[in-house]
Design a binder for this molecule. Structure first.
Ligand code: GLA
Length: 425
């Protein structure tokens, strides 16, 4: 084909209506670090130079992600949240970073992050102002801001929705998806739109969201407390029939950041947040100080099997399958190769609870044998049959988490009734 023919074919292809976002990104839930929950809108760099929203904070987090084993595990995005911008756009109407806190500019920060094998996320807001009062992206600015982010080398955009009407959001969120696509730069698109619509149909159209956004915030902001984690867990699992179907490769529900490593969660509660976010196929966006994180928190966040489960290529969001009167709840996430993850969660406040059940009671197919690995202790138990009773000991506000792989099917073969094993894997 000659050059003019190629151009003609391209022209036809480009003229076809685009189906969905189709940016090929976030085939598994995005992983990385996001400033907001831990560092908020601290712009007091004079008194707190290492705690304020400045290029130094993001450079130091990039160093930690690259040097402390995070990047290799998949934690690749270093993401800026609100309060990075100067209060005024420049003469051409472009967004500019605060000159004192980001003296080298966002492009230089992106270069720094990319040189470490990482990616840069940024925050915008569809509306007159961001939630903290910095310049927002009004409808007429969408194309310009998308191009600015792409020119800077940004790899992910979180688009918030403060100070805009429902009508503007309905126009603006899809328009930003098109504008990002039009830049030609692969940019993960995180939409806060459903959180501003109450998170549920009929107001939220999850089919449309899946076509325009790679992830979306459905619900309230996480705070540094166990109450906050529980309210998020309650909302997501109460609405699991709707939400489970909305998630899949390229498009994820986002229950908000991991607060592990901060001040509000105990050790058990930290393990619970990690396990439940993994069951939800949630993005793993840490918001903690990676320069000072304790080894116990780091170990939870760097659990390999946990991350493997979170990143399972099937991308099926899990569900709560049982709520016991004893305040034990059981969650199940189906995984590739017929594997699954189970979380046994205790809402009790007394003492470690002995919970006895069987895979049959949890709805697993009859006649199978499983190899079980405890995700936190690493202990492997071979040969658990569907009908076998077993007991897990679950600490108050803690979890036991299992990874299960079917090893064999028990089928009745001989007339004498002897069962024989058929290998599955
Ligand atoms: C909203 C978002 C938060 C954070 C703040 C920043 O509340 O939901 O995640 O981005 O705005 O102002």
């Amino acid at each position: 084909m000659g050059v003019p023919a190629v151009i003609a074919v391209l022209a036809v292809l480009l003229a076809l209506p685009a189906r969905g976002l189709e940016n090929g990104l976030a085939r598994t839930p995005p992983m990385g670090w996001l400033a907001w929950e831990r560092f908020r809108c601290n712009v007091n760099c004079r008194e707190e130079p290492r705690q304020c929203i400045s290029e130094m904070l993001f450079m130091e987090m990039a160093d930690r992600l690259a040097e402390d084993g995070w990047r290799e595990l998949g934690y690749k995005y270093v993401s800026i949240d609100d309060c990075w911008a100067a209060k005024q756009r420049d003469a051409e109407g472009r967004l500019v970073p605060d000159p004192e806190r980001f003296p080298r500019g966002i492009k230089a920060l992106a270069d720094y992050v990319h040189a470490r094998g990482l990616k840069l996320g940024i925050y915008g807001d569809l509306g007159i102002l961001t939630c903290q009062g910095y310049p927002g992206t009004t409808l007429d600015r969408i194309g310009q801001d998308a191009r600015t982010f792409a020119e800077w080398g940004v790899d992910m955009l979180k688009l918030d929705g403060c100070y805009s009407s429902g009508k503007e959001q309905a126009q603006g969120y899809p328009e930003m998806a098109r504008a990002l696509n039009a830049t030609g730069r692969p940019i993960i698109y995180s939409c806060s739109w459903p959180a501003y619509q109450g998170g549920l149909p009929p107001k939220v159209n999850y089919t449309l969201l899946g076509e325009i956004c790679n992830l979306w915030r459905n619900y309230d902001d996480i705070q540094d407390s166990w109450d906050s984690v529980l309210s998020i867990v309650d909302w997501f699992f109460t609405n699991q029939d709707v939400l489970q179907l909305a998630a899949g490769p390229g498009h994820w529900n986002d229950p908000d950041m991991l607060i592990i490593g901060n001040f509000g969660l105990s050790y058990e509660q930290s393990r619970s947040q990690m396990a439940l976010w993994t069951i939800m196929a949630a993005p793993l966006l840490m918001s903690t100080d990676l320069r000072t994180i304790l080894p116990s928190a780091k170990e939870i966040l760097q659990n390999r099997l946990m991350i493997q489960i979170n990143q399972d290529p099937l991308g099926i969001q899990g569900r709560r399958i049982i709520k016991e009167k004893s305040h034990i709840e059981v969650f199940l996430r189906p995984l590739s190769q017929a594997a699954s993850a189970l979380v046994f969660f205790s809402r009790r406040t007394d003492m470690p609870f002995r919970y006895t059940t069987s895979l049959a009671k949890l709805g697993f197919p009859e006649g199978a044998v499983y190899e079980v690995q405890d995700v936190y202790s690493g202990k492997i138990t071979g040969g658990l049959k569907t009908g076998d009773n077993f007991t897990v000991i679950i600490n108050p506000s803690g979890v036991v988490m299992w990874y299960l792989r079917p090893k064999a099917l028990l089928v009745q073969q001989q007339p004498r009734g002897g069962a024989s094993r058929l290998p599955l894997l």
